[in-house]
Design a binder for this molecule. Structure first.
Ligand code: GTP
Ligand code: MG
Length: 195
């Protein structure tokens, strides 16, 4: 698949505010600071379409990006960021839950995990939540530029085991810093649309 255009459309805090033209949607979710926004930028080959930050908690709404003429990417707030207030964390949770449970346009979720570390309990909960709602999941390991070549197999195994990935779930190792792994993700998107 080729990205011909990518544009920010809108922010939303509930499903009723989302686009109504029935395009296929892809969700990008994961821990705060894991690299969701950076990953989207790499995928669409734009430096700063999605806002990134050194400080966790940058993304606070569902952000909708139009890709080509038939797709939306949905960038959501990260979980697991302790300094965000409890009320705010609860409303993020509700927002994402409503989206995952009720959004018919959602074709597949990309769950981003940090390739350097064992998935957190929140990562496991997110994965289980998506699977429980019968959402197809592709796990994306981010920041592989920070991992030594000799550790790649070991870390891949740890992620697969901790999340209890099944054979049909794919795991793609990526780096936004070094532009690695995005072609495989574009292939997944293309295949999901044709299914
Ligand atoms: P929230 O919106 O706060 O949930 O964060 P996010 O998941 O969107 O993360 P973001 O893309 O803002 O990236 C967080 C930090 O990680 C930034 O400092 C990025 O530069 C850095 N980062 C993202 N991807 C990579 C990567 O592949 N390699 C390296 N080394 N750093 C990365
Ligand atoms: Mg972000």
């Amino acid at each position: 698949m080729q990205i011909k255009s990518a544009d920010f459309v809108q922010s939303a805090t509930k499903n009723s505010q989302l686009p109504t033209d029935n395009r296929n949607e892809f969700l990008f979710c994961g821990r705060s600071n894991v690299g969701k926004s950076s990953f989207i930028n790499m995928l669409v080959n734009r430096k700063s379409l999605a806002r990134t930050s050194q400080k966790p908690g940058k993304t606070q709404t569902l952000n909708v990006y139009s890709v080509n003429t038939n797709i939306y990417f949905i960038d959501v707030p990260g979980y697991g960021y302790a300094s965000v207030s409890k009320t705010m964390r609860a409303s993020f949770g509700e927002m994402i839950e409503e989206y995952v449970v009720n959004r018919k346009e959602l074709r597949r979720a990309f769950l981003l995990v940090d390739f350097r570390h064992e998935p957190t309990n929140d990562d496991c909960l997110m994965y289980e939540f998506l699977k429980y709602h019968n959402i197809l999941v592709t796990v994306i390991a981010t920041k592989c530029d920070k991992v030594k070549r000799s550790q790649i197999q070991k870390n891949t195994k740890i992620i697969k085991e901790k999340l209890k990935l099944t054979a049909e779930d794919n795991l793609i190792v990526t780096s936004a810093e070094e532009r690695l792994g995005f072609e495989a993700v574009l292939d997944v998107i293309e295949n999901s649309i044709q299914e």
